[in-house]
Structure formats: C-alpha cells, structure tokens
Write a protein that binds this ligand. Structure first.
Ligand SMILES: NC(=O)C1=CN([C@@H]2O[C@H](COP(=O)(O)OP(=O)(O)OC[C@H]3O[C@@H](n4cnc5c(N)ncnc54)[C@H](O)[C@@H]3O)[C@@H](O)[C@H]2O)C=CC1
Ligand SMILES: O=C(O)[C@@H]1CCC=N1
Length: 266
C-alpha cells in the first residue's frame, strides 16, 4: 500500500514540514497530498516540491493515511468539523495548531478517533526541527512510533505529556523568531562597526549555530560554556555584563512565559 500523508493548509509551517519530509526521503513527493484554499500556494507547492494538490478537504481526507491539520488555530474547529464525518477511526489526525488540545480534537471528531497534537517549528525546512508530540489513548505503540518517525525525519522530536505543550511553544515553537531577532541585532551591531551586512549575518548565524551545537554535543552547562569564552579582563565579560544590565536574560525568559500563557488561553 502507498504510504500517504495529507496536509490541510500549505502555509509557512505546512511547507516547512513537507520540505523536511521530502528531503528526508520518508515520503515521496507525489504521495504527499495538500489542500489549501489559496490556489497560488497550492500551485507553488506543486511546482517547487512535486506534491499532489487536491481540490477539496473531502478528497484530502480520503487520500491520506495520516492527515496533518496545518491551518490557523481559529479556523481549525470549523475546517475539521466539516470533514469529521469522513475521517475513519484508522486514520491518524495530527494537529499542529497552537493551543488546540487533544480533547478539543476529539470533541470535534469522537473519543475513538486517533488524534495527535504536535508543536513543531520552522527549522523543519532545513532538517533541524524540534517537535513535541502528544497522543491520545487510541494510538497503538506502532502508531506512536510512526508519528515520532515522521517528525524525527526532519529534526528532533519527543513524545511529551500534553501539559508541557505551553512551555514547548515558548521554548521551541515560537522561539526561532526570537533567535532571528538576536541574529539580526548582532548583525546590526557589527554593521555599526563597519562590517558589510551579508558578512554580518553569516558571522552571527554561524556563531548561533555553533554555540547551539556546543550545548547539544558537549552536554556542558551553558554557564560553563559561557565562562570558557569570558577571558579575565577581556572583551566578552564586558559584553555579558552589558547584556545583563539591559535585562537580556529576563527578557528571554519573559518571552517564553508570555508565549506559553497565550498558548494556554487560545
Ligand atoms: N509558523 C510557525 O512557526 C508555526 C506554526 N504552527 C501552527 O501551524 C499552523 C499554521 O501556521 P502557519 O503555517 O504559520 O500559517 P500560514 O497562514 O502560513 O498557513 C496557513 C495556510 O492555511 C491555508 N488555509 C486557510 N484557510 C484554509 C481552509 N479553510 N482550508 C485549507 N487551507 C486553508 C492558508 O491559505 C495558508 O496557506 C497554525 O495552527 C500554527 O499555530 C505551529 C508551530 C510553528
Ligand atoms: O505564533 C504562533 O502562534 C505559531 C505557534 C508557534 C509559532 N507560531
């Protein structure tokens, strides 16, 4: 049997996942079905990635063993509600919508349906995603592994207790945006010192990438890694003090908190 997956919504996050899936080889592009109300988005996905566009949500539900709902949270209930009657209890329904709980999904479908809540992030596009996955009781152990394999094909993925999903949004779902802000700010500083902008982005982004790898691969505490950069009487400790004076650490932690709170109250 063909291994199929469908996407209801092919926007920023849908496209990032589809690109990641195709690059990993887990799914062949023609076996990825997409429906989007925006015909231009659909044509672009077809032309760029080779996916199979479908013309209705009903058709999508029929074609997809795994159905990923990747529309905005505010329209998910209506969109899923429209096709609820066509979704079988064998299909896996995966929602990536912020703030939509497993119970909300089974309220729209039925408690017997297999539902999955995932919080991915856009670096899926380049095979470096971070996804958290919660499932309801209807999934078998094999199906849990299947979902994990999908999201591990383009980065790291973990099964988590659903109550952690708000923290996940703050620390990985939304946080690429804060990291881009940081990269842009580092580059602005370098440009002010006379560095050409493209060079500044490269130096800032490669440093963020390398520093992240240091945390993941050495297993060392981030504080210890920071200390290794701070020479006594040197440049770095002055820069670190400046960041502390300007509330950098508190600002980052507060960003995670407000994103989590929003997710909780969506
Ligand atoms: N952008 C991100 O970094 C992340 C987004 N998410 C979640 O992913 C979901 C999608 O977000 P984005 O991709 O950023 O939004 P987006 O606006 O880029 O994409 C949504 C897509 O859904 C389409 N759409 C709207 N109404 C539709 C309908 N009735 N039927 C089919 N398609 C329809 C739109 O044309 C658009 O292409 C949201 O629920 C969001 O919470 C989750 C993690 C990260
Ligand atoms: O901003 C949002 O609501 C979505 C969820 C995480 C990233 N983007």
């Amino acid at each position: 049997m063909k291994k199929t997956i469908g996407f209801l919504g092919g926007g920023n996050m849908g496209k990032a996942i589809i690109t990641g899936l195709i690059s990993s080889g887990l799914y062949e592009a023609p076996n990825i079905f997409v429906f989007d109300v925006n015909p231009a988005a659909l044509t672009q996905l077809h032309d760029e990635l080779g996916i199979t566009p479908v013309s209705s949500t009903e058709e999508l539900a029929k074609q997809s063993a795994v159905l990923v709902i990747s529309v905005k949270p505010n329209i998910l209930p209506a969109v899923l509600g429209e096709i609820a009657g066509r979704i079988t209890k064998e299909q896996l329904v995966v929602s990536i919508a912020a703030g939509i709980t497993l119970t909300q999904l089974t309220d729209i479908l039925t408690p017997e349906h297999k539902v999955v809540r995932v919080m991915p992030n856009t670096p899926a596009l380049v095979g470096e995603g971070m996804s958290a996955i919660s499932v309801n009781k209807q999934l078998t152990a094999d199906e849990r592994q299947q979902v994990l394999a999908i999201f591990q094909s383009f980065g790291k993925a973990e099964l988590v207790d659903e109550k952690l999903m708000d923290a996940v949004v703050g620390v990985s779902g939304s946080s690429p945006a804060y990291v881009y802000l940081f990269i842009e700010a580092l580059a602005d500083g370098a440009v002010a010192e006379g560095m050409p902008r493209p060079m500044a982005y490269q130096f800032a982004a490669q440093t963020v990438l390398g520093s992240a790898k240091m945390v993941l691969e050495t297993g060392k505490h981030p504080g210890e890694l920071k200390d290794q950069v701070c020479s006594p009487g040197g440049t770095t400790i002055l820069a670190v003090n400046s960041l502390e004076q300007n509330g950098f650490r508190a600002a980052a932690a507060e960003a995670v908190r407000v994103a989590a709170e929003k997710n909780r109250n969506m």
